[in-house]
Design a protein around this ligand. Structure first.
Ligand code: SAM
Ligand code: ZN
Length: 298
């Protein structure tokens, strides 16, 4: 007996990824298109990749760069903090900038790829504001991907290590998001295919500065943005830059989540940081400060 349902490859029941997003994926080994191949994803050269039970495509190859993905605890803290809505103004701004910069336009089915997407919070917000657009969350952390696979009905998620390249077909992305995550400019340029834009968010030197010093934690490297410019310059030109500062009023639990999702996460393990947070009172005042920049492919 044959029917359309029986012919449907088994892997598509597990993969939480709309077809237009799957069509944008490239084999991380040879760059060819990927499609369903029985119980896995496969390219025409026979490279095969598993789909995780949680619905994301496992496109990591070889040995991944050690220790770069967010841990389970960091991802849980990120989810907890972001769901409280404190960074919603940044998400809203990214949605506006992405809609303005994407080529093809998001309303015409453009693909938004979020590189180092974490839980997919910003990707979800951009897609909410852009009916017709598709989304792909890329990250190296399986804990992040488990959540990112459910970030939005018009999005899917795939495991990849940015340093090794992007599993995207050349020119498949209309806009790239890169929020507090690693960058690989030549690959970003290739994925955009000479059109669209890359939107990068980095912390300014004011980002969480008082909170960090009050808690005796790791401070933001102020020269980071300069290095960012240097790295992107060969492939992109910056067409826009703005800073967005947010005055935050946090519960002690939210302050702990904010610390726990960042580079100081391990300090929470000792309990000393939690004590210091408690000593700051309730609510805890903090300032988030972002630099948001739009880059066009050169
Ligand atoms: C600071 S978090 C930002 C997450 C998300 N963009 C956000 O702002 O909520 C950095 C993310 O980059 C991911 N990441 C780190 N190294 C990576 C790599 N080499 N390739 C892909 N993702 C990576 C981490 O797992 C983490 O989810
Ligand atoms: Zn291949």
């Amino acid at each position: 007996m044959t029917s359309t349902d029986d012919d449907r490859p088994a892997v598509l029941d597990r993969l939480r990824m709309p077809r237009p997003v799957l069509d944008a994926l490239a084999c991380p080994v040879c760059g060819a298109a990927l499609g369903p191949g029985g119980n896995a994803l496969a390219c025409s050269a026979g490279h095969r990749f598993d789909v995780a039970r949680e619905g994301y495509a496992g496109l990591l190859t070889g040995h991944r760069t050690a220790g770069t993905g967010d841990t389970k605890e960091m991802v849980r803290a990120r989810q907890e903090f972001q769901s409280a809505g404190h960074y919603a103004p940044l998400a809203d701004r990214l949605a506006e900038l992405a809609a303005a910069a994407a080529r093809p336009p998001l309303a015409e089915g453009g693909l938004v790829a979020d590189i180092g997407a974490g839980t997919g919070y910003y990707l979800g917000a951009v897609l909410d504001a852009a009916p017709g657009a598709w989304g792909l969350a890329l990250d190296v952390s399986k804990f992040a991907l488990r959540r990112a696979a459910r970030a939005h009905p018009r999005a899917g998620a795939a495991a990849c290590d940015t340093w090794r390249g992007l599993p995207l077909r050349t020119g498949s992305a209309a806009v790239l998001l890169n929020v507090f995550a690693p960058r690989r400019p030549a690959e970003f340029h290739r994925a955009l295919g000479g059109g669209g834009a890359l939107i990068v968010v980095t912390p300014t030197s004011r980002h969480l500065a008082e909170l960090i010093s009050n808690l005796g934690l790791v401070s933001v490297d102020a020269s980071k943005e300069e290095r960012l410019e240097g790295g992107l310059g060969a492939h992109f030109s910056r067409t826009h830059r703005e800073e967005l500062d947010l005055e935050l009023s946090l519960t002690p639990g939210e302050a702990a989540a904010l610390v726990g999702m960042g580079p100081s996460a391990r300090h929470l393990e000792t309990g000393e940081t939690a004590e210091r947070i408690a000593a700051l009172g309730d609510p805890v005042a903090a300032r988030a400060s972002f630099a948001v920049a739009v880059y066009r492919p050169a």
